[in-house]
Write a protein that binds this ligand. Structure first.
Ligand code: HGY
Ligand code: MN
Ligand code: MN
Length: 446
């Protein structure tokens, strides 16, 4: 049951909304959807935020959180998470991909499971909330259902995906989209995905056993921090994610000719650094030269031989390109390749493009976004619909099942940084929405 103060707020809120002809762009026809009339349930927010506070010490270095996939810190983070499953009365198993899974039976075993979860690996020098909020939030929701003796019709599964930051690897395997080439990809820990699967307890020779087909799941819900500043700017407590951007990561090797920095005349150089700098500016100008929400980032750059008095012979850099439209991603891909040819000609260098990661844009399922929205309303929480500029496992799961995401505010809109922070109250709100959304989804999903 909602604590008294929430109940009063809820009654006022529902009355105010019912009086409004339209609310937040949504025409409110008649009373709140069925789920809002049921008493909203709540999780143990103190327990959830206690777990997150403890987790902050794992993989923390002077430069930030470094639980990068397949590292010792990632293993420590996974061991901590395994302990949370156990403490919560959930029997955790690893699938052959190394994803962590636990299952609560439903009253109707013929139904496909509802899946909730996120990841616990981090970027280099990242924060404590990107991933763990949704992973521990899902464990807390399952534990609260057990404690409150709420039995769903559908089985409920909790998942902690492996190596989300390296290209949603665990969820890509689970939906059958990981390619053999992906297994040789090197994670930020220096381990290949193939090695990493073994390190975390998976079995790369039996990945097929972890693949789920279309409609093997009734639906997927992921709680996550926003990683941007819209909720904070608009004073909203909950983000209802309409869709997740597609992303494409390139590695580009620019080859020139290393030579003496002093004795080589300026008009006789094949300067890979000059080409890289020109290309970086050109990418930024191209992407900003058009209206739209597309973004592109040159995030990593390695120089050879990286010595003061040698003209760089080779530069390897990465581009992270994102948009909600696949056509836009494809169009800018062609544009960047043309820039490579043009700049290569102008600087007597060559550009070689390798696509490292591809995740297609994914639209949320409207039944599930409706369920998230009415759960936020039932809890008296302000909310708005919004796209996700960050990539998530949910966009891989969207290939085989209906999905939706719940965002909670990131203070200052900061993420992938040691300054990443989300307030305990906001995290509790998000987990409460997840709890009620799961209960409501159980009713609306087949
Ligand atoms: O890069 C991303 O958007 C996600 O945080 N992996
Ligand atoms: Mn994430
Ligand atoms: Mn991330």
């Amino acid at each position: 049951m909602l604590p008294a103060m929430h109940r009063r707020q809820f009654v006022q809120h529902a009355a105010a909304l019912a009086a409004l002809p339209a609310f937040g762009g949504l025409a409110m026809t008649g009373p709140w959807p069925e789920t809002a009339t049921q008493a909203a349930r709540v999780v143990n927010g103190e327990r959830l935020n206690g777990w997150l506070a403890q987790f902050d010490a794992i993989g923390r270095t002077a430069s930030g959180i470094n639980r990068v996939a397949y590292s010792a810190a990632d293993l420590a983070g996974r061991a901590f998470t395994k302990e949370l499953f156990a403490q919560s009365g959930l029997t955790m198993r690893l699938d052959t991909a190394g994803n962590m899974l636990a299952r609560l039976p439903g009253t109707d075993s013929a139904l496909k499971p509802i899946l909730i979860g996120s990841h616990v690996d981090s970027v280099t020098d990242g924060g404590n909330y990107d991933g763990p909020v949704g992973s521990f939030g899902a464990i807390e929701v399952a534990r609260s259902l057990l404690e409150q003796k709420v039995r769903l019709r559908h089985p409920l599964e909790v998942v902690v995906w492996q190596n989300e930051e390296g290209g949603t690897i665990g969820s890509k395997i689970a939906v059958g989209l990981l390619t053999p080439a992906d297994l040789d990809k090197v994670a930020r820990s220096g381990k290949t995905v193939r090695e990493g699967i073994g390190i975390i307890g998976g079995d790369v020779s039996r990945l097929a056993e972890s693949v789920r087909k279309k409609d093997d799941l009734a639906g997927y819900l992921e709680l996550h921090i926003e990683q941007g500043g819209q909720l904070e700017k608009n004073h909203r407590q909950i983000g209802v994610v309409d869709g997740i951007v597609g992303l494409r990561w390139f590695e580009i090797t620019i080859t020139g000719f290393a030579n003496h920095a002093g004795a080589t005349p300026m008009d006789q150089r094949q300067d890979a650094m000059l080409a890289a700098a020109t290309f970086t500016v050109a990418v930024n100008e191209a992407i900003r030269g058009e209206a739209g929400r597309q973004v592109a980032t040159v995030g990593r750059l390695n120089v050879l031989p990286n010595t003061t008095n040698v003209i760089p012979g080779q530069v390897t850099l990465t581009v992270d390109l994102r948009d909600l439209s696949q056509a836009t991603i494809d169009r800018f891909t062609a544009r960047f390749e043309q820039l490579g040819r043009d700049i290569g000609k102008a600087t007597s260098t060559t550009f070689a493009f390798t696509q490292m990661v591809n995740s297609t844009p994914a639209l949320s399922d409207t039944r599930l976004t409706q369920v998230v929205e009415s759960s936020a309303g039932a809890l008296g929480l302000t909310h708005q619909r919004m796209p996700s500029g960050a990539g998530h496992d949910a966009q891989e799961v969207a290939h085989i099942a209906p999905m939706a995401m719940i965002f909670v505010p990131s203070v200052g809109g900061i993420s992938h940084s040691p300054r990443e922070f989300s307030r305990a109250a906001d995290i509790t709100n998000g987990a409460n929405v997840l709890l009620n959304a799961v209960i409501a989804a159980d009713k609306v999903l087949p």
